[in-house]
Each structure stands twice: as structure tokens, then as C-alpha cells.
Design a protein around this ligand. Structure first.
Ligand code: DC
Length: 236
């Protein structure tokens, strides 16, 4: 089966998709990590992220692999482990123009579909239900208020863990910066011409602003008999 989880950054979709993959025996596909990898290679090679031709060429040549590592996975781009490097503020800034490039999207979507052909995938991103897998068995659009998303990011950056509920003290100025950055990225992702962020017509909308991690996971599992059967089979 194919499960599509879309939504803005900080909506919690990565942790939720990873947990559902674990419980249901699905392969987790982090499509944001793919766009981030292209952005990282651009920066490494001194390519301007706004140089459409050069960026498209890097996307056409890049090899991206996901390698299981304990509970998580590592991202390998052109043979280099870039798991940590693709999360830096430099890459965050470069990834918006890179992911707005239609030729980059064409290549990434083809790679994502071929991962889906092997079946049993939960893919997470912005255009999974609308473009990549329009016939996915289950589509979820996970949103949350900008304030709730900024808080989660700040907790994550401070070393807290949303899945386990481990919390940390959050710096207010840092949280405000994260909020400003999120709002800017949302505007960019929602207003770009190619595959703007929007829910598929047949997506289930979940606002996670006031829901806990486990509530969101349980909520999604209950939307699909196949998904809940898989989860129960693994738990018994
Ligand atoms: O989910 P994320 O923050 O790792 O995504 C990084 C960037 O890639 C973000 O600016 C949106 C973009 N993206 C996209 O355009 N399409 C996807 N399917 C996934 C991510």
C-alpha cells in the first residue's frame, strides 16, 4: 500500500510518518531530504541555488540513498553521508529555490515513484497526494498553527523529543526566529507555480495544533482498515 502524508514544515509529519512506518512495516520515504540533498550538493559545488540550469543538472546526476540506521535512517548523496549537513540553516535557505525548480521536481518525482513501485511505502512531503502518488490508498494533510509548529521546532532544536514527550527549556528569541522563518517558507512553498503546497481533494485533513504525537498517529491508523490491521498484526 501507499500512504501519502503532506503538510507544511513543523506539522510533525516526519515523526508521525516514521512511527507509522515502524508500526506497520512500511518503507519511510522522506522526500524533503531529497530536495535538501540537491541543495546541499549545489552549495558544496558553489552553484547558485537560483541558477536553474546548473541546479537541474545536479538533480539529474545525483544519486540519493536511504540507509537504515537503528530506529532512523541515514541519507547518502553521491556516496557521502549528508544526514546532518542537510539540516543546516544554509541548506534550509537554499532548498526553497531548489524545490521550486520544475526540472528538479520532475527528476525527484520520478525517483519517488520508482521507490513507490516496490510497494508498501509511506511518503512524506508537500505534493505526495497531489502529484507523486495521486492514487495513494490513504492521503493525509497534516497542518498545525504556525505558533504550534514553531514551538515544536524549537523543542527539537533544543534537544527535546516530541515522540517521547521529553521537553526542554526553549529560548523565546530563538522561537520567534523559527516562527518568522516558518511563515516565510510557508508563503514560498504555497505560492510557487510548480506543485504549490495544498491538500489533495481526497486527503483527510488533520490539525495537530492541540493533539499529542500518539493521538495523531492513532488518528491516522484509524483512517484505514489496512493500516490498522498492519499495526495490530505487528503489535500482537
Ligand atoms: O519537509 P522538509 O522541511 O524537509 O522540506 C524541505 C524543503 O523541500 C521545503 O522547502 C519544501 C520542499 N519540499 C517540496 O517542495 N516537496 C516535497 N515533496 C518535499 C519537500
Amino acid at each position: 500500500m501507499i500512504v501519502a502524508i503532506d503538510g507544511p514544515s513543523g506539522s510533525g509529519k516526519s515523526s508521525v510518518a516514521r512511527e507509522i512506518a515502524r508500526r506497520c512495516g512500511l518503507t519511510y520515504l522522506d522526500t524533503g531530504a531529497m530536495y535538501r540533498s540537491v541543495a546541499y550538493v549545489c552549495l558544496e559545488r558553489g552553484v547558485d541555488p537560483d541558477d536553474g540550469d546548473a541546479v537541474a543538472e545536479i538533480a539529474r546526476q545525483i544519486a540519493i540513498d536511504f540507509v537504515a540506521d537503528g530506529e532512523g535512517q541515514r541519507v547518502i548523496a553521491n556516496g557521502e553521508d549528508v544526514t546532518a549537513q542537510i539540516r543546516t540553516p544554509e541548506v534550509e535557505r537554499a532548498v526553497s529555490p531548489v524545490s521550486a525548480n520544475p526540472r528538479v521536481r520532475e527528476v525527484m518525482v520520478a525517483l519517488q515513484r520508482s521507490a513507490g513501485e516496490r510497494g508498501d511505502v509511506i511518503a512524506e512531503g508537500r505534493d505526495i497526494g497531489t502529484v507523486v502518488f495521486p492514487r495513494a490508498e490513504l492521503k493525509v494533510f497534516l497542518s498545525a498553527s504556525p505558533e504550534a509548529r514553531a514551538r515544536r521546532r524549537a523543542v527539537q532544536r533544543g534537544g527535546g523529543n516530541l515522540a517521547t514527550g521529553q521537553s526542554v527549556a526553549v529560548d523565546a528569541a530563538d522561537e520567534q526566529r523559527i516562527l518568522d522563518d516558518l511563515v516565510r517558507r510557508d508563503e514560498y512553498d504555497s505560492s510557487r507555480e510548480t506543485s504549490p503546497l495544498r491538500p489533495a481533494e481526497d486527503a483527510h485533513l488533520i490539525d495537530s495544533s492541540s493533539l499529542g504525537f500518539e493521538e495523531v498517529v492513532t488518528n491516522i491508523l484509524s483512517l484505514s482498515p489496512e493500516l490498522s490491521a498492519r499495526a495490530e498484526g505487528r503489535l500482537s
